[in-house]
Design a protein around this ligand. Structure first.
Ligand code: MN
Length: 236
């Protein structure tokens, strides 16, 4: 049967070396760095044994902004915030529920760096009332993303750092060694809740230093030695 409406365009992220990564879902992890949990007023776990369950939320696949395109300041907020994050791109369907670490690592196709843009005022209002975070997190253009870099070219992540500069000034900096839940941990936890599939992206959570962005701001997000994302916030 023919489609009865124009088919939505499949969101795609460019991959270093050529070709695209078609995006299926975007999973995001909240509070995955203790210093960011503290700045949000949440008690950080004292050790891995106390870490409980990770916080997950989703963004729509078409929230990605690629190729360094301008990011329009979103409607409905007076407090757009940046969160620089490691992004993991899944290249295979998960073979099982409750992935082992080895199975989880085998699914990773590529890494990149992205921004989990947040309408902090709407998120704070939702948190206060125990309501969902969707309007605060899952809006159009809320996931600017670098080129993806094949995992085979990246090697170990634990000593890499995330940095965000805005208008040439450093706002956020952290090391992936400080992740409360590392990549295999997160894929294991996600696999208990969702069937991970090729085309899924995972935004891994942000270090401390989140803050406002306004129209005219230029940002540079880096995963050192791996990927860089440059972009600009523009008035709608
Ligand atoms: Mn985040």
């Amino acid at each position: 049967m023919p489609d009865l409406i124009p088919a939505p365009r499949q969101p795609r992220a460019p991959v270093r070396g050529g070709g695209d990564f078609p995006v299926r879902r975007i999973y995001c992890v909240g509070r995955n760095f203790a210093d960011h949990a503290r700045e949000m007023g949440v008690l950080a776990p004292a050790s891995k044994a106390d870490r409980g369950q990770p916080v997950f939320f989703l963004k729509p696949a078409d929230a990605i902004v690629t190729g360094g395109a301008d990011v329009p300041y979103p409607p409905g907020t007076q407090d757009l915030h940046h969160e620089v994050e490691l992004v993991v791109a899944i290249g295979l369907d998960a073979p099982a529920e409750e992935l082992t670490r080895e199975q989880a690592e085998a699914l990773v196709f590529a890494y990149g760096v992205g921004l989990d843009l947040t309408r902090r005022d709407l998120q704070a209002a939702a948190k206060a009332k125990g309501l969902p975070w969707d309007t605060g997190k899952g809006f159009d253009h809320s996931a600017p993303l670098s080129e993806l870099v094949p995992a085979t070219q990246v090697g170990g992540l634990e000593h890499r750092t995330l940095t965000l500069q805005v208008n040439g000034e450093q706002r956020q900096h952290g090391t992936l060694a400080d992740l409360i839940w590392d990549v295999p941990d997160i894929l294991h936890e996600l696999s208990k809740l969702f069937a991970l599939k090729a085309g899924d992206l995972v935004f891994m959570g942000t270090p401390a230093g989140v803050g406002p962005l306004v129209a005219g701001d230029g940002f540079v997000a880096t995963l050192d030695g791996v990927a860089e994302l440059r972009g600009r916030i523009v008035a709608r």
